[in-house]
Write a protein that binds this ligand. Structure first.
Ligand SMILES: [Zn+2]
Length: 343
């Protein structure tokens, strides 16, 4: 049995604690189980051993962010298998993302485009949730959702985790209206198609979105980008990413500090190229919450290996990231004048 099939088996077991509703008829609208609203395999896993994943805090302790639900959303993505740009599996994921977002009442725009890559032209799709505000400014949240083109690589953490966090944020934020608009971007094509990360073979989706927003004159409306990537590890330690806009990083770290998450948000630095560079190069204040070194000793452990599987994911840490993002959005909503001064 390969690693991939083990991951799928584990996924099936984990479905035993997925909150009702997530596995209902939202995904593609077909409910093969009929009246019960439960997928047919639920009965076969009812006697499975109890779920041993770590406990997420109750949602009321994290502004409503449901870590267990986010974990289930990672499991769902992993169940599609490897999801590199241009694959059949990523089309399934795109359909799932759109149907979930629709079920949350989110308004969204999609941009289907093709990108010239080292293996030829690939179809890609960005998805952008738009929650209106009273004023023209926009707070942009983002993640990539494609997985690295590697054999047996199911990307539970990269980028299943941050994609799940953004979905769960969308579920909460699409019901709210703030002073400023909040947009949530799901980028395709962040990963390099070749093994190595070498410009321009990476960030296809975020470069496309930044260019498109620039062409439509919407780009200056974006006052901040908060990006997440690889945020679900059980040994999560986020360091201040050094390309990121300093005041924005400090704002997020101050939020984490106030919420008591100092053990996850470390007062250390790292330097990582990611989708935020596509916006930084166009002068949009941007920061990245990312943890590549998620091994037990703070070393690189399962990043870009077939070991990036669901068992590496912590529902609790997903909730911590979600909580920090929700509170950071509140901070940005209330500190807009300060933001303007710093532009
Ligand atoms: Zn990656």
């Amino acid at each position: 049995m390969g690693l991939h099939s083990r991951a799928v088996l584990r996924t099936a077991l984990l479905f035993s604690f997925i909150p009702a509703g997530l596995l209902g008829c939202k995904a593609g609208g077909n409910d093969p189980s009929g009246a019960t609203g439960q997928p047919p395999f639920m009965s076969t896993v009812a006697s499975a051993p109890p779920q041993t994943a770590d406990d997420a805090p109750p949602p009321e302790k994290t502004d409503g962010f449901d870590g267990k639900r986010a974990f289930a959303l990672v499991a769902k993505q992993v169940s599609f298998g490897p999801r590199p740009s241009g694959s059949q599996a990523i089309v399934q994921l795109q359909d799932f993302l759109q149907s979930e977002l629709k079920s949350y009442g989110c308004a969204m725009e999609t941009d289907s485009f093709s990108a010239d890559t080292p293996i030829g032209r690939l179809p890609m799709k960005n998805i952008l949730v738009k929650i209106p505000g009273e004023k023209p400014g926009v707070i942009l949240l983002g993640t990539h959702y494609d997985t690295k083109r590697l054999e047996r690589f199911v990307g539970a953490d990269d980028a299943g985790s941050s994609t799940a966090v953004m979905l769960e944020l969308a579920r909460l934020l699409c019901k709210q209206r703030g002073k400023y608009a909040v947009w949530i971007a799901f980028f395709d094509g962040e990963e390099a198609v070749n093994r190595d990360w070498k410009d321009p073979d990476n960030r296809y989706g975020s470069r496309q979105m930044a260019a498109k927003l620039s062409a439509s004159s919407d780009l200056p409306r974006i006052k901040a980008l908060l990006l997440a990537d690889i945020v679900g590890g059980r040994n999560l330690h986020v360091k201040k990413e050094s390309y990121s806009t300093k005041w924005l990083t400090e704002l997020v770290w101050a939020v984490a500090d106030r919420l008591g998450y100092q053990s996850v948000f470390l007062n250390e630095e790292s330097t990582i190229e990611d989708d935020h560079l596509s916006f930084l190069s166009r002068k949009v204040p941007s920061m990245d919450v990312i943890d590549l070194d998620n091994g037990p000793e703070g070393d690189v452990y399962y990043w870009h290996t077939p070991q990036d599987t669901l068992d590496k994911i912590s529902a609790k840490n997903l909730a911590i990231i979600g909580h920090v993002f929700l509170e950071s959005v509140k901070q940005l909503q209330s500190r807009y004048l300060g933001l303007d001064r710093q532009m």
